[in-house]
Design a binder for this molecule. Sequence first.
Ligand SMILES: Nc1nc(=O)c2c([nH]1)NC[C@@H]1CN(c3ccc(C(=O)N[C@@H](CCC(=O)O)C(=O)O)cc3)C=[N+]21
Length: 281
Amino acid sequence: MTALLLNGKELAAKKREQLKKDVEHLTTKNVVPGLAVILVGEDPASQTYVKAKQKACEQAGIHSVLIKKSDTITEEELLAEIELLNQDKSIDGILVQLPIPKHISEQAVIEKIAPEKDVDGFHPINIGKMMTGEDTFLPCTPYGVVEMLKEAEIDLVGKHVVVVGRSNIVGKPVGQLLLNEHATVTYCHSRTKNLREMTNLADILIVAIGRPNFINAEDVKPGAVVVDVGINRVDGKLCGDVDFDSVKEKASYLTPVPGGVGPMTITMLLENTVQSARKRL
Ligand SMILES: Nc1nc(=O)c2c([nH]1)NC[C@@H]1CN(c3ccc(C(=O)N[C@@H](CCC(=O)O)C(=O)O)cc3)C=[N+]21
């Protein structure tokens, strides 16, 4: 038996069609959703992602502004740029593309963004609201993962979710969102002992550790749902954290890379931007 594909690209396309209609409607009411992206430095991967975000905005009718800064910018100057965007009434969402140069505090930058424009869902106020289950901007990648699982009608209630990875932008929040959906959540990471025993307990295994082929068929319980959040470049080829060919013979559902979680991340960013713009009505 081979796993069914959780096709993020297809769901993203469907959601973007709906978003386009939502944006048209807002525009007739003189509200054009606006997203500002700040890119610091010349990292090629970041440039690719930012281009993809801009293209997606354009297709949905969202006004997007790219602010490019040299990697010699000071923290003070970057915070001043964010303040301008906080005050700008045409901007509903602000995203500072990560990573940023080491001489600038990532936390200071995140906390400078007005929480009501934090469409990444990274501000501590929004993280707090997510934890208590209040209405807020959900972080895009975790939000996209939950949307994919719901689209496939995978029941989450009481299921054992094992998250491999504990980053602030993926691992920690994806576990929290699935806990909010009544799953039982275990977090594992690079220092977990007996990792294979842990991952074999998972009904739903979420992998976001950033290492190619970190998870193979022996790590997976037969019939498990496996979500690969990894984005790695190996010999110029994009791959996830999961050994797709071996795991597809054992899992019930599996996300591909590319075409899985990545396109959903961008789609949820657009959704958050539109959600923010609606408050202007
Ligand atoms: N403030 C901030 N917010 C982010 O959301 C953010 C960030 N910084 N920094 C970098 C990561 C990475 N990220 C991706 C988004 C889409 C794809 C994506 O669409 N991937 C395609 C393939 C793209 C390709 O071919 O390179 C796919 O998986 O099918 C991947 C990665 C957002 N990030």
